[in-house]
Write a protein that binds this ligand. Sequence first.
Ligand SMILES: NC(=O)c1ccc[n+]([C@@H]2O[C@H](COP(=O)([O-])OP(=O)(O)OC[C@H]3O[C@@H](n4cnc5c(N)ncnc54)[C@H](O)[C@@H]3O)[C@@H](O)[C@H]2O)c1
Length: 256
Amino acid sequence: MRVQDKVAIVTGASSGFGRATSVRLAQEGARIVIADLDEAGGEETARQVKAAGSEAELVVGDISALAGARTAVERAVARFGRLDVLVNNAGIAQTDAHDTWDAPEETWDRVIRVNLRSVYACSKAAIPVMLARGSGSVISVASIAASVCVGGCAYGATKGAILSYTRHVARELAARGVRVNCVSPGYMRTPMSSGERLGLSAEEQEARLDSFGQRVPMQRTGSVDDIANAILYLASDEAAYVTGQEIVVDGGYLIR
Ligand SMILES: NC(=O)c1ccc[n+]([C@@H]2O[C@H](COP(=O)([O-])OP(=O)(O)OC[C@H]3O[C@@H](n4cnc5c(N)ncnc54)[C@H](O)[C@@H]3O)[C@@H](O)[C@H]2O)c1
């Protein structure tokens, strides 16, 4: 068991990477706090965590608001008595197709709020609990969009900012037992990238994922478990000497 008895908050755990990460951490012994706006999806993740032999607490709320982030942390401590891992995973796509610099103000603010402010809010709420015990691991989900031009400029700006945030906070906390890292997925198979959230049919989703896969040196999109496994490593004590890093999981996209 690689994360036996640890307690992890996973934001955006009702879907995609968040669900897969919750289940993977549970398989390796962690207890999970599912923090998401989507109650039905969260209940399904909780069912899968329990089926993996662990326990889950579902906290429905907006983790981009400090109040929502604090509630998730309080519920983790109340239910399980500790907090070891924070996975800042919740995020949304920028759906403007062209001239994303010219996005409506509301789109810009929403993408920044959900993707970036959430990282600040959840970390601000969780890190004091970790510092009190002298250990912890914060893992944020960034993207290859931090480094190359995919996904639009507001989206890319949030992901680039997560890299910078990760390095700054990792440096500040390195001597105090809390590690801070991020994972950057490439083209992956989730409801966000398939176009399910845009209302595409099953065939259209497959065609879209196929076309993404053709751009990747490994000639395929990645799976949610590819990301869950990278997060598991960073959450575990195997990564005890790793902080301030970005692990890119992209089938070779950035080096093509
Ligand atoms: N799918 C990809 O190919 C890909 C690639 C690179 C990076 N990412 C990043 O991975 C992360 C997860 O993406 P995914 O593909 O699993 O997405 P997804 O759409 O499947 O899941 C995102 C989850 O976040 C939740 N959420 C959104 N706003 C929230 C809020 N304010 N408060 C609480 N929960 C909220 C949603 O309800 C949903 O359950 C995101 O940060 C995304 O930017 C995804």
